[in-house]
Design a protein around this ligand. Structure first.
Ligand SMILES: NC(=O)c1ccc[n+]([C@@H]2O[C@H](COP(=O)([O-])OP(=O)(O)OC[C@H]3O[C@@H](n4cnc5c(N)ncnc54)[C@H](O)[C@@H]3O)[C@@H](O)[C@H]2O)c1
Length: 283
């Protein structure tokens, strides 16, 4: 698949062109032929004019790109390597809302062909790709994962507003349904990730790693915020406390504040859901 993509005998499609999908699609479009698929025509029209509706990328990022922006499922059938980057929010009870990733899986099921690849980038709980998404693709396509098509999961680490940590310069975790898939998917991502890829041992490990990264950050910042409320009441400067505590070799240097990125506060609910923890909404 890698060879066909590089020789432009095959195309890569990105489904969902938001904060995550658009930078991924444009990075690949500098190297290979890309189909950028989204259901939102208004956003697609802006992208066709070289405007990022999420205000992260500049018009130069759209230049010299081999990309077709489309909402047509016919166009999607022309691809051989599918990347899914649709939103995975929570509902009003903080339960994972998989409706969009399920819709995207149904669409992939309609267009995927023998020998194709599908890689999920949407943040999900460990097990979701194999338990929820791939069975939908298999059922609709009549093809079998690992036998007729290959699959993988590669979580995204880009951070809205962050111009330092970009797709190209942060190590990307990749995983595959088998060794062959892992090798091919790694080679494909290495086209755009200069920092290189980290090959996770399984799809579940890659899914869990992403959730843990964001949950660790969310919990620690929440703890610092709680501390700052307590220390404020005690007339103690929290930053002075953290500076003093930070002189210990194993003290983790977090600070009070807001968590960056709209998914950091959402992702822990995905982990809690899979862990069977009952979430009680306080507000
Ligand atoms: N934003 C971040 O910083 C960030 C970082 C890492 C991971 N993630 C994860 O990446 C995933 C995508 O998040 P995002 O921030 O890019 O979302 P987003 O809201 O910025 O954009 C999602 C895009 O997907 C499109 N879309 C929705 N349903 C679709 C469908 N069925 N088919 C095709 N397109 C569809 C929307 O029109 C929109 O353009 C989520 O799982 C999120 O948790 C986000």
């Amino acid at each position: 698949m890698y060879k066909e993509l590089v020789e432009k005998k095959a195309k890569l499609a990105v489904i969902g062109l938001g904060y995550v999908g658009l930078p991924v699609a444009l990075a690949f479009a500098k190297k290979i032929s890309v189909i950028g698929f989204d259901i939102n025509e208004e956003r697609l029209n802006l992208m066709r004019k070289g405007i990022d509706p999420s205000n992260e990328l500049s018009s130069e990022d759209f230049e010299n790109s081999d990309i077709t922006f489309t909402s047509s499922i016919e166009d999607l059938t022309l691809a051989d390597f599918y990347i899914v980057a649709v939103p995975t929010p929570v509902d009003e009870k903080n339960t994972p809302d998989l409706s969009l990733v399920i819709k995207a899986s149904q669409m992939v099921g309609k267009v995927i062909k023998q020998g194709n690849y599908v890689v999920f980038e949407s943040t999900v709980y460990p097990g979701c790709t194999e338990e929820e998404c791939l069975p939908i693709i298999e059922k609709i396509s009549g093809l079998k994962n690992k036998v007729d098509f290959k699959s993988g999961y590669s979580p995204e680490r880009i951070n809205p507003g962050d111009k330092i940590h970009t797709l190209s310069n942060i190590t990307k975790i990749v995983s595959g349904c088998d060794d062959e898939a892992l090798e091919e998917i790694s080679k494909v991502y290495e086209l755009v990730v200069q920092a290189g890829v980290y090959k996770a041992s399984s799809i579940k490990v890659a899914e869990a790693a992403k959730i843990v990264e964001n949950t660790q950050r969310d919990l620690n910042i929440a703890f610092m915020n709680e501390l700052s409320i307590v220390f404020d009441k005690l007339n103690i400067n929290t930053f002075e406390v953290l500076e003093a505590a930070g002189t210990k070799w194993n003290f983790l240097k977090f600070q009070p504040g807001l968590v960056g990125g709209h998914c950091t506060g959402v992702d822990p609910y995905y982990l809690a859901y899979k862990a069977g923890v009952r979430v009680i909404k306080l507000n």
